[in-house]
Design a protein around this ligand. Structure first.
Ligand SMILES: [Mn+2]
Length: 198
């Protein structure tokens, strides 16, 4: 009997208040409420293509700017994912993919390693996307990699439309999460590390 891979997380600071709930073995259903419509659109992508069911309720000090909120969303969701994946027995662990979105191609390589790292090779051509300073999106991925304890490399190979470039980053991460967190039935009790622990 495989344990359910679900968790809830609540994080409240003077800057943000976030509740999130994940089901790793879900159907890609999401209920996302943040004060940043563009982030709702991106988090729906994360859920849809990873098949992780995701509930997010978030309020934050966006009157200052979106920085705290977007970074804390990454932290909170990453922590929930890390808590849900238990001892990581049976997972594929590694995933790598190049994902096209019209004129844009973005690559992601991911290792559920227990060792946080974000390698971010993405240059966004516009200063703002969806009303948000472009440079802030990196903070989502960095915080997610930290709290999910994953090694994540994302590289935009080419592209010209800033919306496509950033959306392809979220989508390719999402598909890599699905592939790396899927449990191989024949090895479902084996932790995929020669150390025996991740
Ligand atoms: Mn879009």
């Amino acid at each position: 009997m495989i344990k359910e891979r679900k968790s809830e997380n609540f994080r409240k600071t003077s800057e943000t208040e976030i509740f999130c709930k994940v089901n790793i073995d879900g159907k890609g259903l999401s209920d996302i409420n943040t004060p940043i419509p563009f982030m709702n659109h991106m988090l729906e992508q994360i859920s849809k293509h990873s098949y992780i069911d995701l509930v997010v309720n978030c309020s934050g000090d966006i009157e200052i700017d979106a920085h705290h909120t977007i970074e804390d969303l990454g932290w909170c969701i990453g922590e929930a994912v890390n808590n849900a994946i238990l001892n990581k027995a049976g997972i594929n662990r590694f995933a790598s993919l190049s994902l096209p979105m019209d004129e844009t191609l973005t690559s992601c390589s991911l290792d559920v390693s227990g060792r946080p790292w974000l390698e971010w090779r993405v240059i966004l051509p516009n200063e703002k996307i969806g009303g948000v300073d472009s440079e802030i999106f990196q903070e989502f991925f960095r915080a997610f990699a930290q709290s999910a304890k994953m090694t994540i490399h994302i590289e935009n190979n080419y592209g010209s439309n800033a919306h496509h470039i950033i959306e392809s980053c979220f989508k390719v991460l999402s598909v890599c999460l699905r592939k790396s967190l899927t449990v191989m039935q024949r090895n479902s009790d084996i932790i995929p590390s020669t150390k025996g622990v991740i």
